[in-house]
Design a protein around this ligand. Structure first.
Ligand SMILES: [Zn+2]
Length: 277
């Protein structure tokens, strides 16, 4: 599943491709991708004639700003966008097609069909689900060490599931949570409220650095989420712990351990990331 750096990369790629394009029509081939409005014909008619001013990101969601409307799109497991010409053969998994007045098409393809789209009037989208309950943006200046410490204070929850909970901090998924905890030298099962001020500060720094470096590298997807455009991310080559089950810790040489925390496969170094009571 794409996390913040991958969605940020998709956002940047899409801005280069569709900014300023005007919709002449929309074809919805799999209605359940569209959650709002429930009427697909209304969805189509609302969008027709609108111009994409910009594509923004909130957490793992894309926000297409369409003069007066906002289309909120979540890629979930396998969703991806691609630019095509009408004569290009249609993939059977291309579920939503945005036709532009210049003759090009933006196709949304999703093999697993878990992706979602919600259409709002401008200003409404941040006040309603799915965006209204989202937590802090980790690459926003408002995400300070102090705010992060306050957020952790008194929480008995294990730190890994807390970081995955989008109501606290957005955009972090299984890859970047394992990387950040490893960099900070914190065991994934440590109770959030039990972290010292110094540990919380180290973790804050690790989250910001890991995500920033991953954005810089275009994310860590083996595949690109926007087909044929730009390059797929290279951060997977820089991962220190995630996915390295049979490897050793680059810092101390201990075998990397894999366990389950909060139902998620978790990689950590049992020596560098000790569980302190
Ligand atoms: Zn180690």
């Amino acid at each position: 599943m794409p996390e913040l750096p991958e969605v940020e990369t998709v956002k940047r790629t899409l801005n280069a491709l569709v900014q300023g394009k005007t919709l002449s029509d929309v074809t919805v081939r799999l209605p359940r991708i569209i959650r709002r409005p429930d009427d697909i014909e209304a969805f189509r008619l609302m969008l027709k004639g609108h111009t994409i001013q910009a594509v923004e990101r909130r957490g793992k969601f894309l926000r297409f700003l369409l003069d007066g409307l906002v289309l909120v799109s979540h890629l979930r497991m396998e969703g991806r966008y691609g630019m095509y010409r009408p004569e290009d053969p249609l993939n059977k998994h291309s579920h939503v097609i945005f036709h532009f007045t210049d003759g090009t098409e933006l196709r949304y393809t999703d093999v697993r069909q878990f992706g979602t789209m919600d259409l709002f009037a401008e200003g409404e989208d941040l006040e309603l689900p799915p965006l209204n309950k989202l937590g802090l943006e980790p690459l926003d200046p408002a995400f300070t060490p102090e705010r992060f410490r306050t957020l952790l204070a008194g929480k008995p929850t294990k730190i890994k599931p807390l970081l995955l909970n989008q109501a606290y901090v957005v955009g972090i998924g299984n890859i970047y949570v394992d990387e950040s905890l490893h960099r900070a030298g914190i065991h994934p099962e440590t109770s959030a409220g039990a972290l010292t001020a110094e540990q919380a500060e180290r973790l804050h720094r690790a989250i910001v650095d890991t995500l920033s470096e991953a954005v810089e590298a275009g994310g860590s997807s083996v595949k690109s989420y926007v087909n044929g455009q730009g390059e797929s991310g290279t951060f997977q080559q820089k991962l220190l712990i995630y996915g390295r089950k049979d490897g050793v810790c680059y810092t101390c040489g201990s075998p990397v351990e894999k366990s389950r925390v909060g139902g998620r496969g978790t990689h950590f170094c049992p020596n560098c990331q000790r569980l302190t009571p």
